[in-house]
Design a protein around this ligand. Structure first.
Ligand SMILES: [Zn+2]
Length: 291
């Protein structure tokens, strides 16, 4: 009797495991995880490796190579987890489906798959509440088509540019084409408070592109931080006061930088320059997080 009972129990366990595995596959296919983690009490930030730009020169940023610590650039993606929801900030380089085929736009760009990194902290693209892109350039939007379920937070001028129907410079419009039908909030405020408590604020910083934006985050332990988008690429642009050569509007970039300095001083925020590979290497990466 004991033997038969233990066999029955084992069969039930095997059946349950099979159901869990099958359920997991079904959910993975639907773009949502079986059960995303419970919201944390305090704001959290996960940093993912979404690629590297192997650049050999800093000339495009009005900098000599000997003036920069590194000509290479990090390409992170970020998941912000707030008690009221989640925000994906930037969608990296090289779409997941094209990994292993680096593209060339001056420098060699190498992507890193994003979906498994999200899964390792318990999320699938379909679980995310909001998508925010600093701007539409290829190294910030390549996985954007994964995020059709989140509500897209974008400025009208940027969206109009992305879907103008003409060739959009420095990006591959096919990489974000599905966003056209996403539920969208057109941001018209200089500062857009995503969750209504001042902890996650998208700040207008035009110039690099018409509707470029940076992200302010107010952490309990880490304190206030601004994610730069491409308002800067190398920290030396800030310390030596240099502007990139190929801006959409250089005067606007200079004005946005000056305005952000005032904003950061007022809020006691530190600046994390997304492409600053030296700074990036020192930061905690997912599954570790800032809070
Ligand atoms: Zn960039």
């Amino acid at each position: 009797m004991l033997n038969r009972e233990s066999h029955r129990r084992r069969a039930v366990i095997v059946l349950n495991l099979a159901l869990i595995a099958f359920g997991g596959l079904w959910f993975a296919g639907s773009g949502a995880s079986a059960a995303p983690p419970r919201p944390p009490k305090d704001l959290r930030l996960y940093i993912f490796d979404c690629g590297t730009i192997h650049a050999r020169s800093a000339e495009g940023f009005s900098l000599k190579n000997e003036e920069v610590a590194s000509t290479e650039m990090s390409v992170p993606c970020y998941l912000i987890v707030h008690p009221k929801g989640t925000l994906m900030w930037d969608a990296g380089l090289t779409p997941d489906q094209a990994i292993g085929k680096p593209t060339k736009t001056g420098a060699i760009q190498q992507g890193t798959p994003l979906v498994p990194q999200l899964a390792a902290v318990g999320y699938a693209p379909g679980d995310i509440t909001y998508l925010g892109l600093s701007h539409f350039h290829g190294d910030h939007v390549s996985n954007a088509n994964l995020f059709t379920k989140p509500t897209w937070l974008v400025r009208k001028i940027e969206r109009d540019h992305m879907f103008s129907g003409e060739t959009v410079p420095r990006t591959n419009a096919a990489d974000y084409k599905l966003l056209k039908d996403s539920k969208t909030i057109l941001i018209d405020k200089d500062e857009y408070d995503v969750f209504g408590d001042g902890k996650v604020v998208i700040k207008s910083t035009p110039g690099h592109t018409p509707g470029h934006q940076a992200l302010f985050l107010k952490f309990k332990k880490t304190g206030p931080v601004v994610l730069s988008g491409d308002l800067y690429h190398h920290p030396e642009e800030r310390t030596l006061n240099r502007l990139p050569i190929n801006e959409f509007n250089k005067d606007q970039t200079a004005a946005s930088r000056a305005e952000l300095e005032v904003f950061m001083k007022k809020n006691g925020a530190q600046l994390w320059i997304q492409h600053d590979i030296v700074g990036y290497e020192k930061l905690k990466k997912a599954p570790a997080f800032y809070e």
